[in-house]
Design a protein around this ligand. Structure first.
Ligand code: IPE
Ligand code: MG
Length: 222
């Protein structure tokens, strides 16, 4: 969800108002994605490298997450959306973790669409963490290297309960993955748009889905 800061700057607003507008845009996208039949939607809200931003902006993003998971719980429930979080949430404040957990529990049985927020997420730390956990299990269960296959490994990723993404959309004009779902994106279709995230709406999503529907996916076959 890239481009919040530029959206705000273009309007002479502080960056956090761009993030707030971005959070608003997300609600329309959640509904539009579900209407289009999307079963899993994952958004990249905060990367492990975003801590490098000013303390003020980091605080605003943390507050926004807290506000979001807290106030949107009823919305998720009403629309049969299950909330998920991927990333290292252990380092977050207890009050925030409690609010996240409350909404996770409240939406646990929702099966219309799984909506995951990647927060304090990075694909490389995720892969290293998986290797560490797998190593621990190997020692405990006396497994041999040959016992490890892709499926075994993927069980230790944050995304163990999610299918690999079919489509990855990046807004805001940059054409890179920035440490997002590197393992899982092996065969994902990539879609880049110059539209800034706060301007990304139902129509823009439909455009991306149409482009996706025209791609030929061969997964290495012919
Ligand atoms: C949102 O957009 C991405 C987040 C980390 C929340 P940016 O904050 O990167 O916006 P730009 O790139 O400065 O416009
Ligand atoms: Mg950016």
């Amino acid at each position: 969800m890239d481009g919040n800061g530029r959206w705000a700057r273009a309007r002479n607003m502080p960056r956090f108002l761009g993030h707030r507008q971005g959070a608003k845009a997300l609600e329309e996208i959640l509904n539009a994605a579900q209407d289009a039949g999307v079963k899993y939607l994952t958004v990249y809200a905060f990367s492990v490298d975003n801590w490098k931003r000013s303390a003020r902006e980091v605080r605003a993003l943390l507050k926004l997450l807290e506000y979001y998971v807290d106030t949107k719980a009823a919305f998720f429930k009403k629309h049969n959306m299950r909330l998920g979080i991927i990333g290292d949430t252990d380092v977050l404040a207890k009050a925030l973790r409690d609010k996240i957990n409350k909404t996770l529990v409240r939406t646990k049985t929702c099966d219309g669409m799984t909506f995951s927020i990647a927060f304090n997420y990075g694909a490389r730390p995720e892969i290293v963490r998986a290797a560490q956990m797998l190593c621990r299990e190997c020692l405990k269960k006396k497994m041999r290297p040959a016992d490890i296959d892709e499926k075994t490994f993927a069980r230790f990723l944050y995304t163990r309960a999610l299918p690999d993404p079919d489509l990855i959309i990046r807004t805001g004009g940059e054409q890179r993955l920035s440490n997002f779902l590197l393992w899982q994106a092996s065969y994902a279709e990539l879609y880049f748009t110059d539209t800034l995230w706060p301007d990304f709406n139902k129509k823009e999503l439909e455009k991306a889905l149409l482009a996706y529907s025209r791609r030929q996916r061969r997964f290495g076959g012919l």
